[in-house]
Ligand binder design. Structure first.
Ligand SMILES: NC(=O)c1ccc[n+]([C@@H]2O[C@H](COP(=O)([O-])OP(=O)(O)OC[C@H]3O[C@@H](n4cnc5c(N)ncnc54)[C@H](OP(=O)(O)O)[C@@H]3O)[C@@H](O)[C@H]2O)c1
Length: 440
């Protein structure tokens, strides 16, 4: 039997401690499968005294992750510290420079430095593996890079942030406001004290940047991503979506279009019948549209210690078995510079909710503004004021009432132009809500 595969783990928090426990628990099965033992030999974290649910005595402790990364006693360095720079970047760089394979779950680090780190790994003849960085326990990296390697991918999109999906699911199920759901998510530990990173769409954007590169063989281009979060979604949007046959999800979408690669993160209306619409709560899902398989949807846990450790351990096992694939599917030199498709060129259907004054001519003027921008309307729903006493003899109240338009495919630029005109006409009482509709 060949020698043990020695692993050093940096970061023993939610994911790191679960990974160590999994490697111990599955020791026999993994040894049988790989023909060699995978052995955690050294670890590092900030607090040596903290109970991690396993015995630290048999492991070499390092106070400094860079020292662990440089240690000659490991074959593979596992980075589970987090953060796009600082200790994580320094240690990963040190490990690659000294010829160790690296496994990481750190999407922020990859979105920013992924290509540079992959180039360094290539130069040193080692691997950079990051299955856990996108959608936690769902094996989406391997699926895109290897299992669907013979396909040409046209679009990849998904629910990549459990916090947002939990909030939107509860808003729908219980008719609650965004703020109330967020508070509950924080109380239950599904949302951070500072939720901006999740609800603002930035976490989804990091993951999308990685998926885009794998799907289209392009360099990571995180700056090109259009990002919009979910905090503007109100119960009325959720109700209207339901009435119209849709559900609202925060999606990360990467798509090959005529003008280039579109990368966008925003609240999206998806048909209730679609696979992605069935995904509720903290669960994640990724759909890949590709020429040969048409559509593949993977659904599963996007976070959590054990689920994420499952992906980390899978990467460690691939490396122990001697598997070596380029980090982003092709050697770094073969990654293409992505041609960016401008967001104003995005084409699709739109939901536009206007809070329009209920007075003669308002609806007609709105429809005219849409027509002037070459936008065809699939439907228009106007709710009357609930208060009959407010209405004049014609039935108008003058009060602000919701008017919802669903458009046929049009461009982002046309929608923006039309909405600006409507605002300028003075028919609306508050900023219009615009939500993009994703085709199946
Ligand atoms: N949690 C998830 O569900 C999940 C899912 C997918 C991906 N990820 C990614 O996995 C990574 C780890 O996440 P996590 O949730 O496990 O984080 P975590 O629970 O906060 O754990 C971080 C660990 O890093 C250690 N650490 C922090 N700074 C350090 C330093 N300078 N030197 C040495 N150790 C240091 C901490 O030590 P102490 O314990 O001593 O404080 C802790 O053990 C992140 O990149 C995250 O984005 C997490």
């Amino acid at each position: 039997m060949s020698h043990d595969f020695r692993v050093g783990i940096a970061g023993l928090g939610t994911v790191g401690a679960s990974a160590v426990r999994m490697l111990v628990r599955q020791d026999e099965q993994l040894t049988a499968r790989l023909g060699r033992r995978v052995r955690v030999t050294a670890v590092t974290a900030r607090d040596r005294a903290r109970d991690r649910g396993f015995d630290l005595a048999a492991l070499t402790w390092f106070d400094d992750p860079v020292a662990l990364a440089r240690s000659g006693d490991i074959d593979c360095f596992v980075e589970l510290i987090g953060g796009e720079d600082g200790a994580a970047l320094e240690a990963v760089t040190a490990a690659l420079e000294t010829g160790k394979h690296v496994v990481t779950a750190n999407k922020a680090l990859l979105a920013r430095h992924g290509v540079t780190l992959a180039a360094l790994a290539e130069k040193k003849g080692v691997s950079l593996a990051f299955e856990a960085s996108v959608a936690g326990g769902i094996p989406v990296i391997k699926t895109l890079r290897e299992a669907l390697g013979g396909n040409s991918v046209s679009r990849v999109y998904g629910i990549l942030n459990g916090t947002c999906n939990y909030i939107l699911s509860r808003m729908e199920a219980e008719g609650l406001s965004f703020d109330d759901c967020l508070k509950d998510a924080q109380r239950l530990g599904y949302a951070e004290a500072d939720p901006t990173f999740d609800v603002g769409g930035f976490d989804t954007a990091h993951k999308l940047a990685i998926l885009t590169s794998l799907a289209f063989g392009t360099e990571i281009d995180a700056e090109a991503i259009y990002v919009e979060g979910i905090s503007s979604i109100s119960p009325i949007d959720i109700r209207m979506a339901d009435e119209l046959g849709y559900r609202i999800k925060l999606l990360g979408v990467a798509e090959r279009t005529k003008t280039g690669i579109e990368q966008r993160v925003h609240p999206t209306m998806v048909p209730k019948s679609s696979a992605i619409a069935q995904v509720m709560g903290v669960t994640n899902a990724v759909t890949i549209d590709a020429d040969a398989v048409r559509e593949v949807t993977l659904v599963g846990p996007g976070a959590g210690g054990d689920a994420t450790a499952s992906a980390v351990v899978a990467d460690i096992c691939d490396l122990a078995a001697g598997g070596a694939v380029p980090a982003f599917g092709v050697p770094v030199g073969a990654l293409r510079k992505p041609e960016r498709a401008a967001m104003r060129m995005h084409t699709g259907g739109y939901y536009v909710r206007l809070t329009a004054y209920d007075r003669p001519g308002a609806a007609a003027s709105i429809v005219t503004r849409m027509a002037e921008a070459d936008i065809s309307l699939e439907s228009i729903v106007q709710h009357r004021s609930e208060d009959a006493a407010q209405r004049d003899p014609s039935g108008r109240s003058g009060a602000p009432v919701p008017v919802v338009l669903i458009t046929y495919a049009t461009t982002e630029a046309a929608i923006r132009r039309a909405v600006d005109k409507v605002i300028g006409d003075g028919h609306v009482a508050e900023a219009p809500q615009v939500i993009r509709i994703e085709r199946e």
